[in-house]
Ligand binder design. Structure first.
Ligand SMILES: [Zn+2]
Ligand SMILES: [Zn+2]
Length: 259
């Protein structure tokens, strides 16, 4: 037959994007544990009190798969909270961008007012692997997407076509990909502009910091989100508000200003 053999290095189209990915969620936030031949990679760490849940997930996978790296997308406490304890438990190196490292290590200010920073206090953790645009950690490429915070990064698993966006892109109430609320971001215009960096990617799965992963038509949905960046939809009733309608503590609550 005349069908040419596949020649591209594109990710296998039929494999399940969730294959080898464990979705860990706590209240509003997501973390992901990715299984690789050499061990496990953890993208974000949820809240301070979520570390036990992640530890249980590591135990479930088993000791033959050590934790190779803790990959932090940005400095906010719903992503960094469990990092100190997980690092202490596993010894896995912690990766983050230099612009967010002082806040993560608590050697410098975070984005947020002093009172909120105090309310959201969490143990400091040392960033032993400072990663910039284009760096690689295991199978992941680092993409610097500043805006939500100065040092926000996404982690792209090129071989599998998986994109872990942190809060650079999250899932809105209607299921579409959107930017975080403007008031939650250090520089909303930069956050919108950063999305263009995703345009070159060939994705099969998108794993946002908030909301369910996108496992079907991921590339189409990503391109659509990039195209509407200028008129991005803002979630009206964001899931940052808990079951009783009270806001969860999070940088970006009303009155939040860049610090
Ligand atoms: Zn955030
Ligand atoms: Zn977040």
């Amino acid at each position: 037959m005349g069908t040419p053999p596949p020649t591209s290095t594109k990710p296998t189209p039929n494999a399940d994007p969730m294959e080898g990915v464990m979705h860990l969620a706590d209240r509003i936030a997501n973390a992901f544990l990715v299984r690789e031949p050499d061990g496990l990679y953890l993208v974000d760490t949820l809240f301070r009190e979520s570390a036990g849940r992640i530890q249980a997930a590591l135990a479930q996978v088993g000791p033959e798969k050590p934790l190779r790296a803790i990959l932090l997308t940005h400095q906010h406490m719903d992503h960094v909270g469990g990092a100190a304890r997980l690092h202490w438990l596993t010894g896995a190196p912690v990766s983050a961008h230099p612009f967010d490292t002082p806040a993560i290590e608590r050697t410098g200010p975070g984005v947020g007012p002093a009172l909120l920073t105090w309310l959201l206090r969490r143990p400091a953790v040392t960033v032993s692997n400072v990663v910039r645009e284009g760096a690689t950690v295991g199978p992941f490429e680092v993409i610097h997407v500043p805006g939500h915070t100065p040092g926000s990064v996404a982690y792209y698993h090129k071989a599998k076509g998986l994109l872990f966006t942190g809060d650079a892109l999250m899932r809105g109430n209607h299921g579409t990909l959107s930017l975080p609320r403007r008031s939650y971001s250090y520089d909303p215009e930069a956050a919108a502009a950063s999305l263009a960096k995703f345009a070159r990617l060939n994705v099969r799965g998108i794993f946002p910091g908030h909301g369910a992963p996108i496992l079907e038509d991921a590339s189409t949905q990503l391109q659509a989100a990039i195209e509407r960046q200028g008129k991005i939809e803002v979630p009206v009733d964001h899931t940052l508000f808990g079951p009783e309608g009270r806001p969860e503590m999070h940088p970006g609550m009303p009155g939040w200003k860049e610090g």
